[in-house]
Design a protein around this ligand. Structure first.
Ligand SMILES: *[C@@H]1O[C@H](CO)[C@@H](O)[C@H](O)[C@H]1NC(C)=O
Ligand SMILES: *[C@@H]1O[C@H](CO)[C@@H](O)[C@H](O)[C@H]1NC(C)=O
Ligand SMILES: *[C@@H]1O[C@H](CO)[C@@H](O)[C@H](O)[C@H]1NC(C)=O
Ligand SMILES: *[C@@H]1O[C@H](CO)[C@@H](O)[C@H](O)[C@H]1NC(C)=O
Ligand SMILES: *[C@@H]1O[C@H](CO)[C@@H](O)[C@H](O)[C@H]1NC(C)=O
Ligand SMILES: *[C@@H]1O[C@H](CO)[C@@H](O)[C@H](O)[C@H]1NC(C)=O
Ligand SMILES: *[C@@H]1O[C@H](CO)[C@@H](O)[C@H](O)[C@H]1NC(C)=O
Length: 505
């Protein structure tokens, strides 16, 4: 969520003061809740539901989201895009820029959802057909907001889950509500791959944490960060809608929208189901390290696209996203999945992030190092040490010999015969620094060609990264690689010659 930008501007020397302030605030809240409990011992769902009836927000007219026909249950009962309703948090101020992000992933006429705004925006009929329908959020002025660092729009954004629920018709086959910001992009097919694992009739709250350990400490490791997107099953959304307004009133001191949602989930006793494919991206700078070493799980979302550099070099942000959506059309399950292999004759390590980039390293680096994201990016407090993150990272050394050659996606096609994709990656030019190691020099490789058979069902199986193999080629200045399921007894190993992690911090 964008509100947290504010926190990032706290200088380190103020952090202790802020922490004391936070402690004080929490203490005050504790006192407050205690008093509240004494005054009203009875906090039952039914009460709160009745209470809801008087909320101004309840007067929002019921809107039917009928952009997509009701799915044909008898044909294939698996969850499809038709079963998902998106609730997108937007503000009129940023919408003119942010709507371009939404256009990159929204499939008009094939998805259902609503963009919730806080005020009117310029719009044309022609452009509206490319975007989800836009609605105004209900009036929240009757809700108290007492956090000094945040903004009360958090209440409006938090209520999107209830407002979206109310805007659907129970008979319309909705199974999931998926929340995101206007600067969140989704990979819809992978979202489906994740949601299909859960029964929408149960209570499921699915999303992910911040990349920032400190953010997770200040907010919660139990919270789905809103900008990374999160999914709420129909069963749970129904329960949330009944209690959310009253619940929000019990936490006027919270900062944002997603901590308010988590507070209500905690009242319902529903834990966060973490899925590492949702990316809040509380980072700055170049996200390359993260995108080149994605966890072994489908890529579901990316966020904070205004804060990070464009994901492809030499491109502006929106075209860079469109470039990524091309391979998605060929093999969404494999998008950004990392495969690691070796060219033993030349002592090179190859790391493929399918549909995005290939890295070529001098030396044989073990997979336990290659699977760690290299710290090409800064944390939420603009530092680049390994202490700020909620996962392991790898130091990126400046040593000329350790610097990978990086190739970015330039083209992807289906091979004749139609069962294989051929994706091409071209070298990202950077000044060559001399390396004195006595081994083959990758600088002559200008292009990497990757052959891969799409496997749309790969995530129905136990997670395992694909294997890759360097193949012989006569093409000049080209490295050719096959990516696919690992064979029996195939492992990622060669005699280790160098270690990346032993060189740095
Ligand atoms: C739904 O699927 C059934 C079985 O294939 C088919 O007969 C029917 O026409 C379909 N209905 C719609 C509305 O597509
Ligand atoms: C399809 O799924 C719905 C909801 O889970 C269930 O009620 C229905 O019985 C299923 N229908 C078939 C044909 O499996
Ligand atoms: C779209 O434009 C119309 C006409 O200017 C305006 O009345 C309406 O409120 C706008 N819609 C939104 C969601 O801002
Ligand atoms: C919201 O409600 C308050 C009080 O009911 C009212 O004063 C205010 O004008 C309303 N705001 C909007 C935007 O309708
Ligand atoms: C929901 O859909 C059903 C069937 O299409 C319709 O009869 C009912 O009136 C709708 N309910 C609302 C609240 O629109
Ligand atoms: C190739 O396969 C895709 C889906 O796998 C299909 O949509 C497309 O029509 C096929 N093209 C040809 C020429 O067979
Ligand atoms: C990016 O631009 C630089 C300078 O204009 C150029 O040398 C380089 O080849 C470009 N890189 C890619 C990947 O297009």
């Amino acid at each position: 969520m964008k509100l947290k930008n504010k926190i990032s501007s706290i200088s380190p020397c103020n952090q202790r003061f802020i922490s004391s302030l936070l402690a004080l605030i929490s203490f005050t809240c504790l006192l407050y809740s205690f008093r509240f409990i004494l005054n009203s011992p009875c906090v039952l769902i039914n009460n709160s539901h009745n209470h809801n009836g008087n909320d101004p927000g309840r007067h929002v007219p019921v809107i039917e989201i009928r952009d997509v026909a009701r799915p044909n249950m008898t044909l294939d009962n698996r969850t499809t895009l038709d079963h998902i309703v998106f609730g997108i948090a937007a503000s009129s101020k940023f919408w003119p820029g942010r709507k371009e992000y939404v256009k990159t992933w929204w499939r008009p006429g094939r998805m259902r959802g609503v963009v919730w705004l806080d005020g009117p925006v310029k719009n044309t009929t022609a452009e509206n057909t490319l975007l989800p329908p836009m609605r105004f959020s209900g009036n929240t002025s009757s809700f108290e907001y007492r956090n000094r660092k945040g903004h009360r729009s958090a209440i409006r954004i938090s209520r999107i889950i209830s407002e979206t629920f109310r805007s659907t018709n129970a008979t319309d086959g909705v199974r999931w509500f998926v929340m995101g910001d206007d600067d969140t992009v989704f990979v819809p097919d992978n979202l489906l791959r994740v949601l299909r694992r859960y029964n929408h009739e149960g209570f499921w709250y699915i999303g992910s944490n911040s990349e920032s350990h400190v953010q997770n400490m200040e907010f919660s490791y139990n919270m789905a960060y809103g900008g990374g997107g999160f999914a709420v099953s129909y069963g749970l959304a129904k329960a949330v809608e009944r209690m959310q307004d009253a619940c929000i009133r019990r936490y006027p001191g919270l900062y944002g929208s997603d901590d308010r949602i988590q507070a209500c989930m905690a009242e319902l006793g529903v834990p966060l189901t973490r899925d590492l494919g949702f990316h809040q991206f509380d980072i700055y700078g170049n996200a390359f390290g993260l995108l080149a070493a994605h966890p072994v799980t489908p890529l579901v979302s990316l966020h904070h696209l205004d804060l990070i550099e464009p994901i492809f070099p030499n491109m502006t942000r929106v075209p860079a996203l469109r470039q990524l959506w091309v391979p998605q059309g060929y093999d969404s399950a494999a998008l950004m999945q990392q495969s690691i292999c070796y060219d033993p004759s030349r002592s090179w390590t190859v790391s493929v992030s399918w549909g995005y980039a290939v890295q070529l390293f001098r030396g044989i680096h073990p997979p336990r190092e290659m699977e760690l994201p290299g710290r090409t990016f800064l944390d939420w407090y603009k530092k680049s040490d390994n202490k700020g993150f909620s996962f392991n990272t790898r130091h990126v050394t400046r040593h000329a010999c350790y610097k990978p050659y990086v190739y970015f996606l330039s083209d992807v096609q289906r091979k004749s015969g139609n069962d294989t994709t051929v994706s091409q990656y071209v070298r990202h030019w950077e000044p060559d620094q001399p390396c004195k190691w006595k081994m083959a020099d990758p600088s002559r490789v200008e292009r990497v060609v990757v052959h891969k058979k799409p496997d749309p069902n790969m995530w129905d199986k136990a997670p395992r990264r694909n294997c890759c193999r360097v193949v012989r080629t006569n093409a000049k200045n080209t490295l050719e690689v096959n990516v696919g399921e690992c064979g029996e007894d195939e492992i990622i190993a060669a005699r280790v010659t160098v270690s990346l992690t032993e060189t740095g911090t």
